[in-house]
Design a protein around this ligand. Structure first.
Ligand code: ASP
Length: 440
């Protein structure tokens, strides 16, 4: 099959994204945000199609993580490999986050967004949300009721329960093998469900992006242009330079091949603004397109979606400098270091909190003594930046996953190097060949 056809779905998703953005901007400029069009098209059709698509993705997250992690851990075979992998994953996730905040702070200090900003133009009322104390996060990682953890989608609790369940299957000998074969079959079935949902992606992505641009407009960005551009540039730098360099130097992997294969998860992350909802696509990409073994991906991807938020941490860095500039506060070197430390640790501390970006920012601002109301200044452009930083977060999850897989001997290099590996079209062709062995 030609490469052209192989990438058909990815191309259609990208086109849908561009088309959605154009339609959204046109709706916003031509018709404003009022009237019948808003009720029936923007808050009607586009809203429903987008929300159904996100719900369908989220529907797969819990069964996929549970089933895939159980079968992944069981096939790891020994506990020391699991321990080593967990330590490597957590350290790498923290390291990339610390690098991310440092890049963001350096750029923001150089550009100086927020200098001369007129605070009077914005209503500065903002109620900060509290993050739970770190001790609580550790205690809450162990579910008192695993069924409740699954039904609430509490990712850290699901990870802990699945790890224990998988280890127990390994220890249960012959009986455990029956359970394992059930779980690995289920894993294959759920992966096919992911492919079905991916085929609907062009419609879902189109609706999500069109609605966002129709409701947001671009006029809010103008007074915040320096903030917006500094953060966008920082995110681009981290996604396109830091990760590729880490892949090259820590794992000897070809950065461009990696970036090309990132198109699907990055587009899903951008349009849904949720690393969690993107887990099915992230998992599918690293396993089937990049050749990472399920024993690594099933653990590092959900963990990364929960703990690793480099893009979000970069937002903390740029926003802190912006708010300090607006309020005329000079940050000392110690305060900069506090920002790096707090933003890095906050990504663990806020793991189970929805709307994580702003909770983390509240923590960072409190830590360096800046007014939390400053968040109100940037909230108007936060949706668009959330989309961008989520794409960066997911790129980080995939990069760290590949690096760990390579170190553990769990990366299929041929698959990583094959530009057509794992495309939905190719999988479909292979499946029809399986069903009809005589067909060529
Ligand atoms: N939306 C981001 C994510 O899901 C988190 C955030 O920045 O709020 O990765």
């Amino acid at each position: 099959m030609s490469e052209h056809k192989i990438h058909d779905l990815t191309r259609r998703i990208m086109l849908a994204m561009a088309g959605g953005a154009l339609l959204g901007v046109a709706l916003n400029l031509l018709f404003g945000a009022e009237g019948l069009l808003r009720d029936y098209l923007i808050d009607g059709l586009l809203y429903v199609v987008g929300a159904v698509f996100v719900a369908a993705l989220k529907m797969l997250v819990v069964p996929l993580v549970f089933v895939s992690l159980v079968s992944g851990v069981t096939s790891l075979g020994n506990l020391s490999a699991l321990g080593r992998m967990s330590i490597k994953a957590i350290l790498l996730y923290l390291f990339t986050t610390a690098v991310a905040v440092s890049i963001a702070l350096s750029l923001a200090t150089a550009v100086g967004p927020g200098q001369g900003f007129d605070v009077g133009s914005v209503d500065v009322a903002f109620q900060g949300k509290q993050a739970p104390p770190l001790a609580e996060v550790f205690i809450n990682m162990v579910p008192t009721n695993p069924v409740a953890a699954l039904s609430e989608g509490n990712m850290l609790q699901i990870i802990v329960f699945s790890l224990l369940f998988g280890v127990a299957i390994s220890l249960a000998g012959e009986r455990g093998r029956h359970v394992l074969s059930l779980f690995s079959d289920l894993d294959a079935v759920i992966m096919r469900m992911v492919e079905i949902i991916m085929r609907l992606a062009p419609y879902g992505v189109f609706a999500l992006i069109a609605r966002t641009f129709a409701t947001q407009g671009l006029d809010l960005i103008v007074p915040l242009l320096a903030y917006f551009l500094t953060l966008t540039f920082a995110l681009g730098l981290h996604a396109l330079i830091t990760y590729p360099m880490l892949l090259r130097f820590l794992a000897g992997l070809h950065p461009l091949r990696f970036l090309r294969k990132m198109r699907d998860p990055a587009t899903f992350a951008f349009s849904t603004a949720s690393s969690g909802a993107t887990i099915p696509v992230t998992m599918r990409t690293v396993e089937e397109k990049m050749g990472v073994d399920n024993s690594v991906a099933s653990f590092t991807v959900p963990l990364g979606a929960t703990l690793n938020m480099d893009g979000t941490a970069m937002m903390q860095g740029v926003a802190t400098v912006f708010i300090a500039n607006v309020y005329g506060v000079d940050l000392s070197l110690t305060q900069y270091l506090m920002v790096v430390l707090t933003a890095t640790l906050a990504s663990i501390g806020t793991a189970a909190v929805p709307g994580v970006g702003l909770v983390m920012l509240t923590m960072v601002l409190n830590q360096v003594g800046l007014p939390v109301e400053g968040i109100a200044l940037i909230i108007g452009v936060d949706r668009l930046l959330d989309m961008l930083r989520t794409a960066c977060n997911v790129t980080g999850d995939c990069a760290v996953t590949c690096i760990i897989a390579k170190g553990e001997g769990a990366l299929d290099q041929a698959c990583f190097d094959d530009p057509n590996a794992g495309s939905v079209e190719k999988v479909k062709d292979e499946q029809s060949a399986d069903v009809m062995p005589g067909k060529d």
